[in-house]
Design a protein around this ligand. Structure first.
Ligand SMILES: [Zn+2]
Length: 369
C-alpha cells in the first residue's frame, strides 16, 4: 500500500532498485526465524525459502506501485517490507486518475505472478486435499491470489480503498475521502462480525487495524487537502506585528522585554537586516549566567526560508525536513515575517472545524405551522 510516511529506525537498507531504497523491517527476520524454528514441516529450509519468496512477491507488488507512480509523476521515497506486507512511501498525493492506476498496479503484479506460476500448479483434488501435501509452487500461487484479494478489499488504507476513493473522486462525489473512509469502516464492521461469527480472531484483528487506518487516512486527507489549498501568506505573522530585539541588546534586557510580552520568540535585527530569532526559553536559560552577554550570541541563525506564495503542505514538509518550528517568510527574497509551526497547526485545525460545520443548504429549516 502506498502511503506518506517517515523513516523507521528499525529497518535495514538492502540496496536500491530504480533509485528507490529498499528496506526490511527487523521484525521480518524475527518472523523468519520463528517460522523456521516452529515449523513441523520436514524441511525447515524450504519453509524459510517460502517466506523469502513471499517477500519477493510483496516487494514486486510495492515496485508495481512505485513504477506506476513514476509514470504519474509521483516519487517513491523508499519501500519498507514488514512481516505482514510492504509500504511504499510516496512524496505527494497523485491526481484521482493517477491514484486509481497506482493503487491497482500492486495487486495486478500479484495476479501476474499467479498467472505465470499457474502452468506449474498441481492443486490436489477435492477428495485428497487433506492427505496430499500442497506443493511449493501451488502455495506461492495461492498466496499471490490471497495478497491480491486482501489488498483489493475496498477499505482505506488498503489499495482497494484507494481505488474506491479515486472512483468516487472521478464520479465528482464531494469529499471522496470522507465517503471512502465511511464505506471502509462499514466493511470493517462486517469483517469484524464475520470474524466473531466464524471464530476467526485474525479476521477480527485485521478488521480492527483497517478500521483505525481508515480513520487516520480520513484525518490526514482532510488536513492535507487544506494544506494544499492555503499558502504561507494566509498564516504567517507579518514583521510589522512582531516585537523585535536588536542584536546589541544584552540578554538581561531582552528577558525583561520577553517577560512583558506574549511573543514566544523575537526577530533579532541588525538595523534593517534580520539576523535570526531568539526564543523566550533561551533568554530564560541564559539569563542567570550570561546576563551581560549580547543576544546576538545566543540567537538561532539558520532558519528555513519560505516564500509567502508556497503552499502550506510544502511549508510543513520543509519545516519537518529542517526539523525547525519557525521559518523566515520572504517575498521576492525580502524578509516579510515569520511562520510559526504552532500557529500553522491551529490554523489548519480551525479551517477543518469550519469545513465540517453544516453548510447553509445542508440545514433543514422547520417552518412553524
Ligand atoms: Zn499495495
Amino acid at each position: 500500500m502506498p502511503v506518506q510516511n517517515q523513516r523507521s529506525k528499525w529497518s535495514l537498507e538492502l540496496g536500491s532498485i530504480a533509485n528507490i531504497p529498499i528496506r526490511i523491517h527487523t521484525t521480518f527476520f524475527l518472523l523468519l526465524a520463528w517460522l523456521v524454528l516452529m515449523t513441523d514441516s520436514p524441511s525447515p529450509m524450504l519453509e524459510g525459502l517460502f517466506v523469502v519468496s513471499v517477500f519477493v512477491c510483496v516487494l514486486l507488488h510495492e515496485l508495481g506501485h512505485a513504477i506506476m507512480g513514476k509514470w504519474w509523476g509521483v516519487q517513491t521515497k523508499n519501500i519498507t517490507l514488514y512481516p505482514f506486507g510492504g509500504i511504499a512511501a510516496i512524496t505527494s498525493q497523485p491526481s484521482p486518475k493517477g491514484e486509481l492506476f497506482i493503487a491497482i498496479s500492486g495487486p495486478l503484479v500479484n495476479i501476474l505472478i499467479a498467472a505465470l506460476l499457474y502452468p506449474w500448479v498441481n492443486l490436489p483434488s477435492a477428495e485428497s486435499i487433506s492427505t496430499t501435501p500442497i506443493s511449493f509452487v501451488a502455495r506461492l500461487f495461492l498466496t499471490n491470489i490471497g495478497l491480491a484479494l486482501f489488498n483489493l478489499l475496498p477499505a482505506l488504507p488498503m489499495d482497494g480503498g484507494r481505488v474506491l476513493r479515486a472512483l468516487l473522486s472521478l464520479l465528482k462525489v464531494r469529499r471522496p475521502t470522507f465517503f471512502a473512509a465511511r464505506i471502509s469502516q462499514g466493511i470493517c464492521i462486517l469483517l469484524g462480525l464475520a470474524g466473531l461469527y466464524l471464530d476467526q480472531p485474525m479476521l477480527f484483528v485485521i478488521a480492527f487495524i483497517i478500521f483505525f487506518g481508515a480513520m487516520q487516512e480520513h484525518v490526514r486527507a482532510e488536513t492535507s487537502s487544506l494544506a494544499i489549498a492555503f499558502t504561507v501568506s494566509d498564516v504567517f505573522v507579518p514583521k510589522e506585528r512582531l516585537e523585535t530585539m536588536s542584536h546589541g541588546t544584552t540578554i538581561s534586557k531582552g528577558l525583561r522585554t520577553a517577560l512583558t510580552s506574549l511573543q514566544p520568540l523575537y526577530p533579532v535585527m541588525n538595523g534593517d537586516e534580520l539576523m535570526g530569532v531568539v526564543f523566550r526559553e533561551d533568554l530564560l536559560e541564559h539569563a542567570a549566567t550570561r546576563a551581560d552577554d549580547y543576544i546576538g550570541e545566543i540567537l538561532t541563525r539558520s532558519l528555513p526560508r519560505l516564500e509567502a506564495s508556497l503552499s502550506l503542505a510544502d511549508a510543513i514538509s520543509k519545516l519537518e525536513e529542517e526539523n525547525s518550528n519557525v521559518a523566515v517568510v520572504t517575498r521576492g527574497g525580502q524578509y516579510v515575517g515569520l511562520l510559526v509551526a504552532d500557529r500553522l497547526a491551529d490554523f489548519l485545525l480551525l479551517q477543518e472545524l469550519r469545513q465540517n460545520l453544516p453548510k447553509d443548504d445542508d440545514i433543514e429549516w422547520s417552518t412553524p405551522q
